[in-house]
Design a protein around this ligand. Sequence first.
Ligand code: ASP
Length: 449
Amino acid sequence: MNQQDTASSSSAWLLTWLILAGLVIGAIVGQILYVTYDADVPAAWLQGFRFLGDTVFMSLLKMTLVPLVASSVIAGVASIGDPAHLGRIGGWTLAYYFSTMVIAVVLGVILVTAITPGDPAGDGSGIGAAVIQQGEAAYQSESGDKRAHIETTGRGGIIGAMRNITEQLLPSNPIGAAAQGQLLPVISFSLILGVVLTVIGEKGRPVLAFFEALFVAIMKLVEWILWLAPLGVAALVAWTVGRIGIGALGGPMLWYVIVVIAGLLIHGLIVLPAILWLIGRSNPYRYMHQMREALMTAFGTDSSSATLPVTIDCAEQFGGVNPRAARFVLPLGATINMDGTALYEAVAVVFLFQCYGITLGPVELAIIVITATLAAIGAAGIPSAGLVTMVIVVSAVNGSLAALPDAPQLPLAAVGIILGIDRILDMCRTTVNVWGDAVGAKIISRLVD
Ligand code: ASP
């Protein structure tokens, strides 16, 4: 190891420890405030944390996203060259994303139907009127914007979600979409442009060189921004814990929380590593360790999109992922591959039906497997996106139940039951989302080599 390598590896370690300390200190400070102010932390504290975490740190990360995604996908695609080879790699990437999400959903459905967290007595009586009333009241007092978003998504159903994805894949105005920070349209336009640049060869060289240089510049910027990550994640975690309190994870929600976290742990620590070991032929836990900064940033920010720059940085610098794979597979993964969200949506939906004493048959469970996978694909890589797209699954199941004689239905207000603790579970599922993307990039890396 030369001197420069030693310096960069010791600064990577320092950053890791600082981010970890930020996560722990943020949780402790948030909880102390929550307890000190008896669950009513003054707005000034919360606004201060939000300012540091969201307005400063997250905005800096998000600032890099559109230029990073565009330059990364264009340079990545062009570096693969041959469009037929690219097509094969793209096919494998989508197959990996889709199958791991289905595995995650099935795992979630098995756990939640076996443990029945929404029906503690196990006799179909549900979770109790008090919890339901509290949940519905929480839904009504949620900001009108969020409710409107949930209701529109629910009304649009699965058809609306598919139309939305298609519109994003075929953007009529990619620059307009980029200006609004939408990543999927930027990715699909960049994919096409990357292929075209390869096809036109020499003539496209200056444009390609521009995007290659832009990528290098943005990655440098990301490395600088990352030094703010310890402070940023500490503020974000303090903000979340200060509002919710760690105790919210207990009480009647305890078993629900246990099922979600157990599912995420099984998927993240056993299923994905097994896939990486079998297909990617590399040591999964060493790779997880190499991706630690990205995983911790995902946990702190609740956003796989905002974490994307860090994910690319770790995968290329420490994870040994071929840049040609990382630059094309990771942006796509951050936008459509969400194993944690898929698992979470399945668990949450079955849980809510259990709470209301509605038993789901095999047909409804099959509908959940399909729609939760699609809803997770449609969820943007931003905080709480999974909570909103989850109502697509609820409305699909309600639609199927409507054919039954006494037509039991789950009211949308049921979402209120899980609203309060969503942010904390979001931290966990986002970490698994990013880990799933990273595993995908490592596997696809072998095909590109
Ligand atoms: N926050 C998640 C992500 O960014 C999406 C979700 O809400 O499940 O990956």
